[in-house]
Write a protein that binds this ligand. Structure first.
Ligand code: CDP
Length: 359
């Protein structure tokens, strides 16, 4: 009968050259990058890549609290939802929220609350949704970094940005920013959240065993790592506003390209009234109009008047007289037609047929 000997658990976290398995020094961070404004439907959002961790954070609010009984009349509430995707870890994770996720949501909320002015939002809530797409150890820290960045992106006033980073111990050495294996096989893990304004700690968890000296060294590493991440956070926010101002410059340039055309058109139309060519056009218009007037006056002239050779003044007078006589005649004709025309007064009651015509 074969004897089943459990495989010895590999606790090796260092290479022969003394470096960590991924080639880092003990006080070195994993590669970190972040960006903001990655989710268009959210009020603010951030994407953080911390080692192999890939984490999205999205902010909604401040908005009305649902259910209403959770609302507080003296201050707003912060609600954090940390969730791991089913495919984010080696072994499929159940999609249902578990105790670990609820605990991490709670500690992230407690790490963020001290830097927010929640008293400015009575009866309101700010919601922070965190989705871990890929997990590789230290997700609570990376999630807090992402949440802080997303809050800044949403324009929520904060006393300071916060940065999450862990220190720990593996194979007797104090380490910064533990990876998944170091986290699992190491002797200690201290996830911290640093308030960058005054370097105070808004979250401190401790799991394992460490001496006081080792802890102090761990905190030194944490502050050093947090500063590097903080600069990347600021860079991501700056990049967003640089992008906006670059876009605005492009739009301005496009507008100014269009505006001269409009101005040109406007000045062209103004020129029409004053330029010599256009004044000729204007002149020719005036001439055409006066010619038209003369022609109509000629038409109105009586044959006698037109035959009478005289000066311009007398011609004008004659035509004026003719016009007045024509006017007089027209008036007489109108009077006659008015007398002969049937009355437009509506028939009186009872006078259905005033003309007496039967139809
Ligand atoms: O992620 P963090 O270190 O903040 O929390 P943890 O509970 O100490 O988890 C450590 C690591 O275990 C996670 O980052 C994941 O990589 C891994 N993990 C896993 O493989 N399966 C789970 N259901 C939960 C976590």
């Amino acid at each position: 009968m074969p004897i089943l000997v459990p495989e010895p658990h590999d606790e090796v976290c260092f290479r022969e050259d003394g470096k960590r398995l991924d080639g880092r020094a003990v006080d070195e961070l994993r590669p970190f990058s972040c960006e903001v404004g990655v989710i268009k439907n959210a009020q603010g959002s951030a994407l953080v890549r911390h080692g192999k961790n890939l984490i999205y954070a999205a902010i909604y609010g401040p908005r009305e609290v649902h259910p209403r009984h959770l609302a507080r009349p003296d201050r707003g509430i912060l609600r954090v939802y940390y969730r791991m995707a089913t495919f984010s870890v080696h072994e499929r994770k159940s999609p249902a929220p578990n105790r670990r996720e609820n605990e991490i949501s709670k500690v992230i909320r407690e790490a963020l609350e001290p830097v927010l002015f929640l008293e400015a939002y009575p009866d309101s809530q700010i919601e922070v949704y965190i989705e871990v797409i890929a997990a590789d150890g230290g997700t609570r820290c990376a999630s807090t970094t992402a949440a802080s960045l997303a809050l800044a992106d949403a324009g929520i006033p904060m006393k300071s940005m916060v940065v999450g980073v862990a220190a720990g111990k593996a194979q007797g050495k104090v380490l910064l920013d533990l990876g998944d294996k170091e986290d699992k096989v190491g002797q200690a893990d201290i996830p911290c959240v640093v308030v960058m304004k005054d370097k105070s700690i808004s979250l401190l968890q401790f799991d394992g065993e460490m001496t006081l000296e080792e802890m102090k060294l761990g905190f030194e590493y944490v502050l050093k790592g947090a500063e590097i991440i903080y600069q990347k956070q600021l860079e991501a926010l700056r990049e967003k506003y640089n992008k906006i101002s670059r876009q605005a410059e492009i739009e301005d340039a496009e507008l100014s390209k269009e505006t001269p055309k409009e101005e040109k058109t406007a000045s062209e139309s103004t020129d029409t009234a004053v330029s010599p060519e256009s004044s000729d056009i204007f002149k020719s218009d005036v001439e055409a109009e006066s010619a038209e007037n003369t022609r109509s006056a000629e038409i109105n002239e009586t044959p006698e008047a037109s035959e009478t050779p005289s000066t311009e003044g007398s011609e004008t007078k004659t035509s004026q007289e003719d016009v007045s006589s024509v006017g007089k005649e027209a008036k007489e004709e109108n009077t006659l037609s008015e007398e002969s025309a049937p009355s437009e007064v509506p028939p009186q009651a009872g006078e259905d047929n005033p003309t007496g015509d039967d139809k």
